[in-house]
Design a protein around this ligand. Sequence first.
Ligand code: KG4
Ligand code: ZN
Length: 359
Amino acid sequence: MLVLGLETSCDETGVALYDTERGLLAHALFSQVDVHVEYGGVVPELASRDHVRKTLPLVEEVLQAAGCEGSDVDGVAYTAGPGLAGALMVGATLARALAWGWGVPVLGVHHMEGHLLAPMLEAQAPQFPFVALLVSGGHTQLVRVDGIGQYRLLGESLDDAAGEAFDKVAKMLGLPYPGGPHIARLAERGDAQRFDFPRPMVNRPGLDFSFSGLKTYTLNTIAQCREGGADLSEQDRCDIARAFEDAVVATLVIKCRRALEQEALKTLVIAGGVSANTRLRSALETALAKVSARVFYPAPMFCTDNGAMIAYAGAQRLQAGQVDDAATRIRPRWPMEELPPLPGQGIQQRSTAVPGLSE
Ligand code: KG4
Ligand code: ZN
């Protein structure tokens, strides 16, 4: 089954073609970073307008790259939520129009399910059940995953998401949006010994997170460094970025280990924009190796928003017979636990030959 996936929930237009026999055939991405950079964050109306401009040309691009015609497509999947309402509507209406024109089924996909399943696109894919750490600009969640659509929330951020904290601290340090990669780059030159930032909520039982106190701690540290009105030196900025990144990473690692222990599982999946962070990846690898557990993550380009994850998640559900009715629905807020399970679970064994599923 050949599925076209459209992702337009925020500030990236992502389009991909996934085939359940042959794997990922083509994908294309347009990042709106330059559109929003002067505002220091995403401007919803500008995001919607840019998706209108970019989505159809990207659809043509991926069809051409895969050597396919629209008439070859067997189903269309789009991000129905969570996300910005206007941006979601662009993907939803285009997906429905294409599917209607081609006479094929269409399905709205949950953005975080897309992230969660993105590691399935890799040659080394995780097996269910596993614990997933979803860390993006809008979410920080630990989820027990027993199969597609079988999700149990174990813990989540009580305030800022991890990516949001990266973005806000980046702003404090005068770095552009989105801040995560910029903080990571500064942190490489930082002295890990100079500051010791708190690890929020690690001494309390449970699997929830809180990053707003860490943000305030960072702000106070910046104020101390600037006492007397001086500007932050380049070394100050690098050292603060390092201390902040270390604190977020250490907190996430502690909670992931705790979640695996609680659920008696040995497989962790990390996904979402922050999972591109190399210090987080290597810290998790080291920590989990000590308890004979393994961590799986998507390729860096599939950590942040992309069409491939939506095409993949949509393909699994469309192939199992799930389709939307004629109404165009978007869900700007959409708890992942409301998703229906996939009928006939246990068929998710991957073929080793191609990056796709064999059934
Ligand atoms: O998943 P994503 O692309 O969009 C949402 O669904 O939110 O995640 C974007 C978030 C941003 O907050 C960005 O700063 C963060 O992921 N991010 C990173 C890195 N790359 C992206 N955070 C830390 N380190 C990175 N290397
Ligand atoms: Zn995302």
